[in-house]
Design a protein around this ligand. Structure first.
Ligand code: PEP
Length: 247
């Protein structure tokens, strides 16, 4: 049985005052029936981890460098995330892939570094609007899965987030059939590559304009084990009902 996961990605949002949202979330979900993860900006990681240290909420990074340390100005290693109190990290988010020109091989190296450090790696995949309109979605997803996932994964150290790029921050959401098709496809690919044991234990998240109003419908789709939520994770009042819809 896969434990559901509600993950929030704050992106480049949040200063000290945002820690208050974490406090509210921790109070509202003292004994959640699902895993809850918040990925704040790096500047807040340590304080965020301290804020939720007595709660059921976990803290994650939004990216990590493939190397353990060295001359990489501005970057953060997986070990540093762990040291700051993180237990997970997002890698291969489409905004990283696009804004920092990160390809599958690079994403795989980051995921490998995260897993080696003992973090849960959340690897993002997803097609652009042009790729969907050209009926290339499953080919794109297949390529990203093959290229971005290292060989060392298990159900405990890997989560895949399916995030259609055109649905991120746009208010547009694929149909439930489209979400189901891609999640079933990802599940089948994982089972084929890693065997049914691992393939069936990896959690699959949907991400892209998840809101309190559409969460329950999305969570009812087969092979959707939770969500990676951007905008609606910034306020406890928006994220709480999404968590509740998953419980
Ligand atoms: C995201 O960036 O991971 C995301 C899903 O954003 P939003 O929920 O705002 O669409």
């Amino acid at each position: 049985m896969r434990r559901k996961l509600a993950a929030g990605n704050w992106k480049m949002n949040g200063e000290s005052t945002a820690l208050g949202e974490l406090e509210k979330l921790a109070t509202a979900h003292s004994a959640p029936g699902v895993d809850i993860l918040i990925c704040p900006p790096a500047t807040l990681l340590h304080r965020a981890a301290q804020t939720v240290s007595d709660s059921a909420i976990a803290i994650g990074g939004q990216d990590c460098h493939p190397a353990q340390s060295g001359a990489h100005t501005g970057d953060i290693s997986a070990d540093m995330l762990l040291d700051a109190g993180a237990t997970a990290v997002i890698v291969g988010h489409s905004e990283r892939r696009e804004n920092h020109d990160e390809g599958d091989e690079h994403v795989r190296a980051k995921a490998r570094a995260a897993i080696d450090a003992g973090l849960l790696a959340i690897i993002c995949v997803g097609e652009s609007l042009a790729e969907r309109e050209a009926a290339n979605t499953l080919d794109i997803i297949a390529g990203q899965l093959a290229g971005s996932i290292p060989d060392i994964v298990t159900g405990e150290n890997l989560v895949i987030a399916y995030e259609p790029i055109w649905a991120i921050g746009t208010g547009k959401v694929p149909t439930l059939e489209q979400i189901g098709e891609v999640h079933d496809f990802i599940r089948a690919r994982l089972e084929r590559r890693f065997g049914t044991g691992v393939g069936r234990s990896v959690r699959l998240l949907y991400g892209g304009s998840v809101k309190p109003g559409n969460a329950a419908d999305i969570f009812a789709v087969s092979n959707v084990d939770g969500a990676l939520v951007g905008g609606a994770s910034l306020k406890a009042g928006d994220f709480s009902p999404i968590i509740q819809a998953l419980e």
